[in-house]
Design a protein around this ligand. Structure first.
Ligand SMILES: *Cc1c(COP(=O)(O)O)cnc(C)c1O
Length: 376
């Protein structure tokens, strides 16, 4: 439908952090399909797990048990401390699920009317009518009226602003620990901690949208670990499938028993092939792997901070935002393609989401090219 302004680039194959066009030109991909290919393109073990599953059992629906789905649910809960999980097919869908959990939690306990979800200004939560409404940016609230009611936006990092907007109609606060699409902007630790206690005090759910920050991206399995807090609901998507569409809603403690029979569903959710791929992703992202992500993130930051043409560097782990001193981020990305490096933008920033298993040497070579472009 022309909903994307695609680059003039046809990608025909990929291997690790590299992809190739139809003429055989090689590109270092620091986009990972927007944070999806956390093990790079066509990782051998991941591709084997997926193809073996495709040859064994492809799809059943959620009316039956399958091993990959059960194992993935168990592994995800073990890794996060969550009690239960629902599998969806995208980030927006996972966030819709989380919003349903929050509204039902409140409805069950307090009756109707307590249904407002507070989200942050400059956030991004997806493209469905409800998750657009959840997204705290006016540019997304267009054309598709009426949007889902019950969302309020408050300034990031400002507890006073949140308390001002807070009343008896609120059932949840939803945040990204690092606003991704909004410009790779991390939340302040004190703010997140204060928000956690405030939500506890008021018995409203804290929903963490970890669609972009989750699954090792920031150097911890979940970004909430960087803040020392546990949300009541966490959503996953992007990196979880390693290249196949998946979303997940994980619930902790008091949100554990909110959803039950017939409260939610998905035909594709929990598909065995997708789950087999995600299981392989989780198996590979162990403590040593995460320590390596931290190391590479530090390496990249050291190289970028203070370099010619770089005004500031934000993010954590291998989620990196770079503000150029004078250049437009979109122009830098365009030049990158000509020079064989694929990058993303996020507002005025250049955004890097390289495969988590990229080597230091591969990262180094790509960053050299980026720095050359920025210094021109
Ligand atoms: C990408 C993203 C989404 C939307 O995910 P889709 O899979 O495109 O629906 C939601 N929240 C955050 C934080 C994201 O980065």
């Amino acid at each position: 439908m022309g909903t994307y302004n695609r680059f003039d680039l046809l990608i025909t194959a990929g291997e690790g952090c590299y992809c190739f066009d139809e003429k055989g030109n090689r590109y270092t991909d620091l986009t990972s399909g927007i944070g999806v290919n956390c093990l790079g393109y066509c990782d051998r073990e991941w591709a084997d797990a997926v193809s073996e599953q495709a040859h064994t059992l492809s799809h059943t629906s959620n009316l039956f048990y399958t091993e990959p789905c059960v194992k993935l649910a168990k592994t995800l809960c073990d890794r996060t401390g969550a009690k239960k999980v629902f599998f969806a097919n995208s980030g927006a869908e996972a966030n819709e699920g989380a919003i349903k959990v929050a509204r039902k939690y409140s409805y069950d306990k307090y009756g109707g009317g307590r249904n407002t979800v507070i989200t942050l200004k400059n956030s991004f939560h997806g493209r469905t009518i409800t998750t657009l409404a959840a997204t705290g940016q006016d540019v997304f609230h267009n054309y598709f009226f009426p949007f889902t009611e019950g969302f309020r936006y408050v300034e990031s990092g400002n507890m006073d602003a949140l308390k001002e907007q807070f009343d008896d109609s609120v059932c949840a606060v939803m945040i990204e620990f690092i606003q991704g699409e909004g410009g790779v902007i991390p939340q302040d630790t004190e703010y997140v901690k204060a928000l956690r206690s405030f939500c506890d005090e008021k018995d409203v759910l804290l929903i963490a949208d970890e669609v972009q920050t989750g699954v090792g991206r920031t150097g911890k399995f979940l970004a909430c670990e960087n803040y020392g807090i546990t949300p009541d609901v966490t959503t996953f998507a992007k990196g979880l499938g390693g290249g196949l569409p998946i979303g997940a809603v994980a619930v902790y403690g008091k949100a554990e028993n909110v959803m039950g029979f017939s409260s939610h569903g998905s035909t594709f959710g929990g598909n065995p092939i997708v789950c087999a791929g995600a299981l392989k992703v989780l198996e590979r992202i162990d403590d040593a792997f995460l320590a390596d992500v931290v190391k590479k993130g530090e390496y990249a930051r050291k190289k970028l901070v203070g370099a010619k043409g770089v005004e500031s560097v934000t993010g954590a782990g291998l989620m990196i935002g770079i503000k150029p001193t004078d250049k437009k981020s979109a122009d830098v990305v365009k030049k990158g393609i000509e020079r064989g490096v694929l990058m993303l933008t996020a507002k005025d920033k250049i955004r890097l989401l390289p495969p988590l298993n990229i080597t230091v040497k591969q990262l180094d070579e790509a960053l050299d090219i980026l720095l050359e472009i920025l210094a021109e």
